[in-house]
Design a protein around this ligand. Structure first.
Ligand SMILES: *[C@@H]1O[C@H](CO)[C@@H](O)[C@H](O)[C@H]1NC(C)=O
Ligand SMILES: *[C@@H]1O[C@H](CO)[C@@H](O)[C@H](O)[C@H]1NC(C)=O
Ligand SMILES: *[C@@H]1O[C@H](CO)[C@@H](O)[C@H](O)[C@H]1NC(C)=O
Ligand SMILES: *[C@@H]1O[C@H](CO)[C@@H](O)[C@H](O)[C@H]1NC(C)=O
Ligand SMILES: *[C@@H]1O[C@H](CO)[C@@H](O)[C@H](O)[C@H]1NC(C)=O
Ligand SMILES: *[C@@H]1O[C@H](CO)[C@@H](O)[C@H](O)[C@H]1NC(C)=O
Ligand SMILES: *[C@@H]1O[C@H](CO)[C@@H](O)[C@H](O)[C@H]1NC(C)=O
Ligand SMILES: *[C@@H]1O[C@H](CO)[C@@H](O)[C@H](O)[C@H]1NC(C)=O
Ligand SMILES: *[C@@H]1O[C@H](CO)[C@@H](O)[C@H](O)[C@H]1NC(C)=O
Ligand SMILES: *[C@@H]1O[C@H](CO)[C@@H](O)[C@H](O)[C@H]1NC(C)=O
Ligand SMILES: *[C@@H]1O[C@H](CO)[C@@H](O)[C@H](O)[C@H]1NC(C)=O
Ligand SMILES: *[C@@H]1O[C@H](CO)[C@@H](O)[C@H](O)[C@H]1NC(C)=O
Length: 497
């Protein structure tokens, strides 16, 4: 067999045999081997094993995390040192590895900048540096890496503005610049990166308006602009982005009303994150057409009116977070949205607090998902009793009713909520006894029942201050002793009047 027809490992060992024959000098005085050794010099694996194999006892193509070409045997095509415990910097010598197609250095602790020599890597497709401490500006020379398909710089310290030339990358499908310190505005030129499927700019300091032209990015599946300083409205052109699965705009200064056909445009939506803005008006009932919706998060806006009665059509909902708005309910029908959520078997969190919900809480909430962990309805105008079947919500960890007008007893069934950690009932008109079944809640950390008309614990051997309307009770915990004692007892600290 001619050596040239041999499979790669054989060839590499043959090549290697010939170079090691040349005694102690580096077998790779130049070329990719030399560039890799120079690259290694700027790195430290903290005594780990990541770079252990990077020495002259074996060919560089066999080093951990290094891949060479099939046709160009001495040329490195990929470096993958994901989560390798590396500190140090990215050496400019990386620019000598001109056959590189992939750089995966994510989940390390690299600092410094991206060397400008990266502009020599004309074949580069994947640049994945997320979760490091890299900084400085994104180098202009990167503009010459025109084959780039994925750029992921999430979770670093890059500064400067979002480079306008990113719009020239025709093959770019994913651009993650999120969780950095970028400033300036969103460049309109990004609209020219017509292959983009993911545009993630969240967690930066970007200001200005959302450019109308982004509506041209017809392939976008994820658009996350959250936690920036954006102003203005959602441009109508964005409603052309019918493939969107994730729309993140939370924590900005965006305003305006949403169009009535909002939900009919985004039929594929899974995550809708609009919290902490200044959106106003009613929430469009067309949202019930988004049958894949999982996260519905509108908290801290100025939405008003009633919620669509058939919210429960969104059968995959997990998070229903609408607190801090002006949503209202008066009649039983106005609460249909909540009753219909009993269709949503994955529901984990329902946060309705700080709205204008009045009337009584439908007793059907006891039939919400058995996965429900958080139910908060505080700071509304709700009257009537606590749903007696509440003990059915076996996964409930947080149940918060404060600042309403609930009347009647605390249902015995609450004692069945084995995972309950927080029970906050204060500032209502509850009466009767604190049910002794609460003693079964060994995970409970906080019970606040103050500002009610409760009368302490029925049939209890505990002595405590007779309840007054101003009794402030916090059961800090059912005592660490619960680990050792079979029967856990309430440890009460009773203060105030
Ligand atoms: C990188 O390439 C330049 C120019 O070809 C050369 O001068 C330099 O020695 C190379 N560096 C390494 C570490 O191979
Ligand atoms: C060199 O790499 C080999 C693996 O190829 C490794 O077993 C050896 O410990 C390394 N030597 C040094 C000095 O790091
Ligand atoms: C990179 O290496 C890690 C760990 O060895 C591996 O899990 C991952 O799949 C690799 N990534 C690529 C793109 O090859
Ligand atoms: C990278 O770090 C992130 C955040 O700490 C973590 O979620 C992810 O699983 C890590 N990935 C790898 C491959 O270690
Ligand atoms: C990109 O490549 C072109 C052609 O080689 C070169 O003239 C230009 O200076 C490069 N641009 C940058 C910013 O490196
Ligand atoms: C942002 O990045 C920093 C540093 O890598 C990390 O500590 C933090 O958890 C990240 N935050 C998010 C939301 O990814
Ligand atoms: C997008 O590309 C076209 C054609 O190359 C160019 O004329 C236009 O100015 C670019 N748009 C922006 C906003 O950069
Ligand atoms: C938004 O701008 C204000 C005022 O300039 C600043 O205090 C705040 O930190 C900025 N927020 C973000 C997320 O950049
Ligand atoms: C996108 O939206 C704008 C404004 O709503 C509209 O004028 C334009 O025709 C739409 N373009 C496409 C391709 O649907
Ligand atoms: C979308 O929802 C609205 C309001 O619920 C409804 O009237 C409309 O028929 C739905 N459209 C489609 C296309 O399903
Ligand atoms: C919120 O909406 C109400 C009407 O529902 C309006 O009177 C009020 O001015 C709005 N507040 C803000 C800050 O936009
Ligand atoms: C719950 O507590 C009550 C009253 O303290 C007790 O009678 C009952 O046996 C307990 N139930 C369970 C399942 O532990």
């Amino acid at each position: 067999m001619s050596p040239l027809c041999a499979p790669l490992p054989v060839l590499i060992s043959l090549l290697f045999a010939s170079v090691t024959a040349k005694a102690t000098i580096s077998p790779w005085p130049e070329g990719d081997g030399a560039a890799l050794l120079a690259f290694k010099e700027k790195l430290d694996d903290g005594g780990g094993t990541a770079l252990l194999s990077w020495n002259q006892s074996s060919h560089f193509c066999t080093w951990q995390g290094v891949t060479c070409g099939r046709r160009h045997l001495e040329r490195v095509t990929a470096i993958n040192l994901t989560a390798a415990g590396l500190t140090g910097q990215i050496s400019p010598s990386i620019g000598n590895l001109s056959f590189l197609r992939s750089i995966f250095l994510n989940n390390n602790s690299l600092h410094g900048g991206i060397p400008s020599s990266i502009g020599h890597l004309r074949r580069l497709r994947f640049l994945v540096l997320r979760f490091n401490s890299l900084g400085e500006e994104i180098p202009l020379e990167l503009v010459n890496c025109s084959e780039l398909t994925i750029i992921n710089l999430h979770g670093n310290r890059f500064v400067g503005s979002v480079p306008p030339w990113l719009g020239s990358f025709k093959r770019l499908t994913s651009l993650y610049l999120s969780n950095n310190s970028l400033t300036g505005v969103i460049p309109t030129s990004l609209a020219n990166a017509s292959s983009l499927e993911v545009l993630a700019l969240h967690y930066n300091h970007i200001e200005g308006v959302i450019p109308e032209v982004l509506g041209r990015l017809a392939r976008l599946r994820t658009l996350n602009l959250g936690v920036n300083n954006l102003t203005g409205t959602i441009p109508t052109s964005l409603y052309n982005l019918t493939s969107l699965q994730g729309l993140g705009m939370a924590v900005n200064h965006l305003s305006g009303e949403l169009p009535a056909d909002f939900g009919s445009k985004f039929r594929n939506l899974r995550k809708l994150l609009l919290s902490s803005n200044k959106f106003s008006g009613p929430f469009p009932s067309s949202i019930t057409n988004c049958s894949d919706l999982e996260n519905f998060e509108l908290a801290s806006n100025n939405f008003s009116g009633r919620l669509p009665p058939n919210m429960g059509r969104l059968a995959k909902l997990t998070w229903f977070i609408i607190f801090g708005n002006h949503f209202e309910a008066q009649t039983a029908n106005d609460w249909d949205f909540l009753a219909s959520l009993t269709n949503c078997s994955n529901l984990e969190s329902v946060y309705l607090q700080s709205n204008n919900f009045g009337g009584s809480l439908p007793h059907l909430v006891a039939n919400l998902s058995e996965k429900l962990q958080n139910l908060c309805v505080s700071d509304n105008l709700i009257s009537g009793s606590i749903p007696p079947g509440i003990g059915n919500l076996a996964a409930l960890q947080r149940f918060v009713l404060s600042y309403n007008n609930f009347i009647g007893d605390i249902p015995e069934g609450i004692g069945r909520l084995r995972h309950l950690r927080v029970l906050v009932l204060d500032d209502n008109s509850l009466s009767g006894h604190i049910p002794p079944t609460l003693g079964n809640l060994t995970l409970l950390l906080i019970l606040n029942a103050s500002l009610n008309a409760l009368r302490g614990m029925h049939n209890s051997s505990h002595t405590w201050t007779p309840a007054t309307p101003n009794l402030f009770i916090i059961v800090q915990q059912f005592s660490r002793r619960c680990h050792t004692e079979r029967s856990c007892r309430l440890t009460l600290s009773v203060t105030g009047h």
